[in-house]
Design a protein around this ligand. Structure first.
Ligand code: SF4
Length: 175
């Protein structure tokens, strides 16, 4: 791993990396402490918490927290498998990159892991995810880009997408 990336990795959470693929402005705002997704009473956050607390409560290795990442649960077999629970498939691509990032972080800790599973219990779907060689380059490029964005004193321009209307930052961006 490039040394500057190593330093950067320690301040980048899986959520930030997912936001990078959804909206870079949202990523910047969240990183600067404007965490509107997690304000008390946000129905999406409550729904997510209920899913975590009810559907997978029997898993033994839950909420694994290290190097600024928080993994929903791990399973042990011929390798270690990373599992991530999401409430909707709306941002599936970002979810896949978030999971790949967790695998990348595990591998950088010397852990035998290159596979994970995304769970969408609301739609009874699962997606298998593998970290490929070319993904490592893309993740490291993303980490470098995230550093540049976060070092900027101003957030990136807002998007104008349909999903902005359901974003926790909508009022901040558009009103
Ligand atoms: S409202 Fe749109 S532009 Fe603003 S943070 Fe959300 S997704 Fe990004």
């Amino acid at each position: 791993m490039i040394p500057s990336i190593e330093k950067e990795r320690n301040r980048i959470t899986g959520t930030l990396l997912a936001y990078y693929f959804i909206c870079k402005r949202k990523m910047w705002l969240h990183a600067k402490g404007l965490d509107l997704e997690n304000i008390t009473g946000n129905p999406d956050v409550i729904k997510g918490k209920i899913l975590h607390e009810t559907r997978f409560k029997r898993e033994s290795y839950q909420n694994i927290d290290f190097d600024n990442v928080k993994i929903d649960f791990l399973k042990f077999g011929d390798q270690i498998y990373v599992h991530e629970i999401k409430k909707s498939k709306k941002f599936e691509e970002a979810h896949i990159w978030q999971l790949k990032y967790y695998i990348y972080v595990m591998q950088n800790r010397g852990v035998n892991c290159n596979t994970g599973v995304l769970h969408y219990p609301s739609s009874m779907k699962k997606v298998d995810v593998q970290l490929e060689e070319e993904d490592i380059k893309l993740i490291e490029q993303a980490l470098q880009q995230i550093k540049i964005i976060l070092d900027s004193p101003m957030p990136p321009e807002r998007l104008d997408k349909k999903f902005c209307r359901k974003c926790a930052y909508f009022d901040f961006c558009f009103v």
